[in-house]
Design a protein around this ligand. Structure first.
Ligand code: PEP
Ligand code: MG
Length: 587
């Protein structure tokens, strides 16, 4: 592991030339430090002989990873049987049997003991023997089994990894990885990571959004940079511009240090006025709420100027991607959050699992973003939905919680959940003497079908929340995580601009509260257009609120309405952007 040094000294490297790379700046901030090359598949750490005293613990770790893997597989097997039938779930039974194979367990434990190698290396090697055998087989069925063996190997190593991750990563490094999952980022962030660089991902990938929430800079979409950098390499990353500098020279370091302190000063200055209410130049009140991924973020809620939580991504309670949090855990979390911010509102979005988020999916989907995700999983798994609704409703003793439904594409979905909320509320009132209010129900508008049904939806719910990240993805058919098409992921595409106007107008005419919680809401360029369409509520990541409030005070509503009319008449994204930039420059 690299030693901790003074970052300035640590980062000057005369032997290797400075190199610059350009990626997607997905969470702002400058990080200066040493790189840590995070290679997930290999369990990510140096091969060092184990100390004799650690051997027992390593074997223990291997056995508990087996146990954890079995628990996961059993759950997946149950879901698969229910959803797809027994034929599909047999595969998981076969994987579970493999976890019990005494020959394999003995071989791995023995090698850890005698060769003093870390468990992940031995697992890798032992499973690779099987893989080799299966892949070489002439029998097609055996060749196909190879993928399962690969899967189970990855699962066991991931489970080892979850327990050990903390101690592998030195504090204060910039983590470089080909790909990271939201769960990786959450786990790694606990090691005081300074920043992340990834080969994959884009501005609105969930990993990037979580980094924004955690205030950690990330540069995504870097192609294959993770293969070119190595642990200990001095590095600078700029999460606003997407710049990565390796082996920076002294002059470059100084330049970025200056920028870093200017940014810090800007943030400090903005936070002085953050708590003041936001009003336009003509006195119209605009409300900013916070998008929250973790309850810990609430500590900064009041000082950020947020007037409540417009989006709590409750799926982040799935700590390792598979374990559904118990009702009691959920209840304590929601209750604590609601109590902390009362009387300010708390909009809890039901688990939006699937897609590129924390994974519950029982089968490998070729196209997960168009697959089993959000409300679809909840409708298919009534016990998960029931438990979550019960926990939320029980927690609503202050009357400040509302429920938000992810990935809505039909009225049936809304009616289904409403009926469940009504039933659970009635049951809770009958069985306890708790004073609880029935939470309001909101629909995420993030699928084009919901835009088509916007009149009906806004008459059927208490509020809507516009999820422009998914709405852009699904309207333009551009995967929000796919680097190859990131330049086509364009929120100023005329189709999106017109949808925004249509959604906000329908909400206004049907007296339905409308809020934006997608990333477009935190773009200063989009702000006057959205105000001009009639939007008055924004839910954004905490660190953006202060700046946006200042922006709001630059505009009057009449001017923004004229701007919105102008944008709606333009037929290209470039034209719309140019129009918005002219407007911004003139104010
Ligand atoms: C969105 O899609 O815009 C949204 C806010 O939801 P998420 O980013 O969590 O998918
Ligand atoms: Mg979404």
């Amino acid at each position: 592991m690299p030693e901790k040094q003074h970052p300035l000294k640590a980062s000057v490297n005369t032997a290797n030339p400075e190199e610059r790379y350009s990626g997607i700046g997905a969470s702002r901030g400058i990080a200066i430090g040493d790189c840590y090359s995070f290679v997930k598949e290999q369990g990510n750490h140096e091969i060092e002989a184990l100390n004799r005293k650690d051997i027992g613990e390593e074997i223990e770790r291997f056995l508990s990873a087996l146990h954890r893997s079995e628990k996961e597989l059993k759950k997946i097997e149950r879901v698969t049987t229910r959803k797809l039938g027994k034929g599909y779930s047999d595969i998981f039974n076969a994987q579970i049997m493999m976890l019990h194979d005494p020959v394999l367990i003995e071989a791995i434990s023995n090698r850890i003991r005698t060769e003093r190698k870390p468990a992940h290396i031995v697992i890798e090697e032992e499973f690779d023997k099987y893989l080799e055998m299966f892949r070489k087989s002439d029998d097609q069925a055996f060749q196909e089994r190879a993928d399962d063996i690969h899967d189970i190997k990855d699962r066991i190593i991931r489970n080892l990894h979850i327990r050990k991750l903390h101690s592998w990563i030195p504090e204060g490094v910039i983590v470089a990885s080909h790909h990271l999952s939201p769960a990786d980022v959450v786990l790694l962030s606990r090691c005081n990571i300074k920043g992340f660089i990834t080969d994959t991902g884009g501005k609105t990938s969930h990993v990037s959004l979580i980094c924004k929430s955690l205030n950690i800079p990330i540069v995504a979409g870097l192609g294959n940079l993770s293969q070119k950098v190595s642990t200990g390499m001095p590095m600078i990353i700029d999460g606003s511009t997407g710049t990565v500098v390796t082996n920076p020279e002294q002059a470059t370091l100084e330049q970025f240090r200056t920028k870093q302190s200017e940014e810090k000063k800007h943030v400090d200055d903005a936070s002085l006025t953050a708590e003041l209410p936001a009003t336009t130049k003509c006195g119209v009140r605009i409300t900013f709420f916070a998008n929250i991924d973790f309850k810990e973020e609430l500590l900064a809620l009041r000082s950020s100027g947020a007037e409540g939580v417009g989006l709590f991504r409750s799926e982040n309670l799935f700590t390792d991607g598979t374990n559904v949090p118990k009702e009691s855990e959920q209840y304590s979390c929601y209750r604590e959050m609601a109590d902390t911010i009362a009387p300010m509102p708390l909009d809890i979005r039901l688990f939006d699992i699937g897609g590129d988020k924390l994974i519950y999916s029982a089968v490998k989907e070729l196209n997960p973003n168009l697959g089993w995700r959000g409300i679809r999983i909840l409708m298919d798994m009534p016990e998960i939905l029931d438990t979550q609704l019960r926990a939320i409703i029980r927690a609503n003793t202050n009357g400040n919680i509302d429920i938000l439904l992810p990935m809505i594409m039909s009225l049936e979905e809304i009616r289904h959940v409403r009926a469940m909320v009504d039933r659970i509320y009635a049951e809770l009132i009958a069985e306890t003497d708790l004073q609880i209010d029935k939470p309001g129900l909101g629909a995420m508008i993030e699928v084009p079908a919901a835009v088509e049904l916007i009149e009906e939806i806004t008459r059927c719910v208490d509020f809507i929340s516009i999820g422009t990240n998914d709405l852009t993805q699904y309207t333009l058919a551009v995967d929000r995580n796919n680097v190859i098409v990131q330049d086509l992921f364009e929120k100023f595409h005329p189709a999106i601009i017109r949808q925004m106007h249509r959604i906000i107008s329908a909400a206004r005419s049907n007296h339905c509260r409308a809020i934006i919680c997608g990333d477009m809401g935190s773009d200063p360029l989009a702000l006057p257009f959205l105000l001009g369409c009639g939007l008055r509520r924004f839910s954004v990541v905490i660190s953006e609120i202060a700046d946006l409030k200042t922006e709001v005070s630059r505009y009057s509503i009449t001017e923004t309405e004229a701007l919105a009319r102008e944008c709606l008449a333009i037929d290209t994204a470039a034209g719309i952007k140019a129009c918005l930039e002219r407007f911004q420059a003139a104010h």
